[in-house]
Ligand binder design. Structure first.
Ligand code: NDP
Length: 312
């Protein structure tokens, strides 16, 4: 097996596996998918309150029978629970569904609050009802969750540079990680450098770019994993384009969290953990199209990524 088991170190001192397993979509398939993933060798699972996959993850973990301390489990606070009085309640619900006392990393899924509600998507007419909780106040409530030991580390997701700078200026605890859309078609070099300078670890979501069928804006161009440059680079190592996209992320010092419900792909994606030569990293750098596929600005009532690369 060519899986190297790459890990990185967070600013908390904890290790985070370089390849994690995504669990957004295909809710019913996740118990089996997570079981397959752990059996194949994944030790990092990514979920979120809004995915509805936390209990499927727990069932897959249980079936795999790996001790809790060998796993790195990530979940995310959803936008309906940004109010400081709601954060612990939602984390407790996640922990219950995940059948664990703690998560290794707890992320604020988006900077944008919805109205306080038991509904994940509170409505005002046919629009999402937005809230006015400042993400800085939400962050302070998350800091308390880390102090209580319910989250070993805390971080953010989908923040712009100015939002992150503002958070850094007010935080008592610096985010350990930032999970964001990043792949060879959206490389965001300077934003990536900014994280290195601030010792904030990056996780690439949608590491295969427009492979996720939900991304309508990515349907009329060729798939990232079929890009001739990635395919050609892969030939040198006996790897496919998908594996090259993952290895490229690892070469940047980032974590990647591919999702698949297909056992053969689950195994193959783990073999994306291999070392790309510098010249090949540079070739893959060259395919950047500054294309972003995930932007819910229209539905969440928030202008996301305002200072970042990626066509809006
Ligand atoms: P990915 O880039 O992981 O792509 C997933 C898609 O690619 C699925 O359709 C899957 O199909 C297919 N696929 C997987 N492996 C291969 C392969 N080797 N060859 C060809 N096709 C393949 O997309 P996601 O958007 O799911 O991102 C990964 C994870 O990141 C999510 O599951 C989630 O955990 C996280 N995420 C976080 C977000 C956030 O806001 N923080 C936003 C988006 C994602 P199949 O399953 O049928 O095999």
């Amino acid at each position: 097996m060519s899986y190297q088991g790459t890990t990185f170190t967070l600013n908390t001192g904890a290790k985070i596996p370089g390849i994690g397993f995504g669990t957004w979509q295909d809710k019913e398939a996740q118990e089996d998918a997570v079981y397959e993933a752990i059996k194949a060798g994944y030790r990092h699972i990514d979920t979120a309150r809004v995915y509805g996959t936390e209990s499927g993850v727990a069932a897959g973990v249980k079936k795999a029978g790996v001790p809790r301390e060998e796993l790195f489990i990530v979940t995310k606070l959803w936008n309906n629970a940004h109010h400081p009085d709601d954060v612990e309640k939602q984390l407790d619900a996640s922990l219950k569904d995940l059948n664990t006392d703690y998560v290794d990393l707890y992320l604020m899924h988006w900077p944008s609050a919805f109205a306080r509600s038991d509904e994940l998507f509170p409505k005002e007419g046919d629009k999402t009802k937005t809230g006015d909780t400042d993400y800085v106040d939400t962050w302070h409530a998350m800091e308390k969750m880390q102090q209580k030991g319910k989250a070993k580390a805390i971080g953010v997701s989908n923040f712009s540079k100015s939002e992150l700078e503002r958070l850094l200026s007010k935080a008592n605890t610096k985010p350990a990680a930032h999970q964001m859309e990043m792949h060879p078609y959206l490389a965001q070099k300077s934003f990536s450098d900014f994280h290195k300078e601030n010792d904030i670890h990056i996780t690439h979501y949608s590491p295969f770019g427009n492979q996720n069928a939900i991304y309508s804006s990515g349907q009329d161009i060729g798939k990232l994993i079929d890009d001739p440059v990635l395919v050609e680079v892969g030939k040198k190592y006996g790897k496919n384009g998908a594996q090259v996209a993952l290895a490229w992320g690892l070469a940047k010092g980032h974590t990647v969290i591919p999702k698949s419900k297909t056992p053969a792909r689950i195994k193959a994606n783990l073999e994306g953990d291999f070392k790309l030569d510098a010249e090949d990293v540079a070739k893959v750098d060259g395919v950047d199209k500054k294309l972003r596929f995930n932007d819910p600005s229209g539905t969440f009532g928030w202008k996301f990524y305002s200072d970042l690369e990626g066509k809006q």
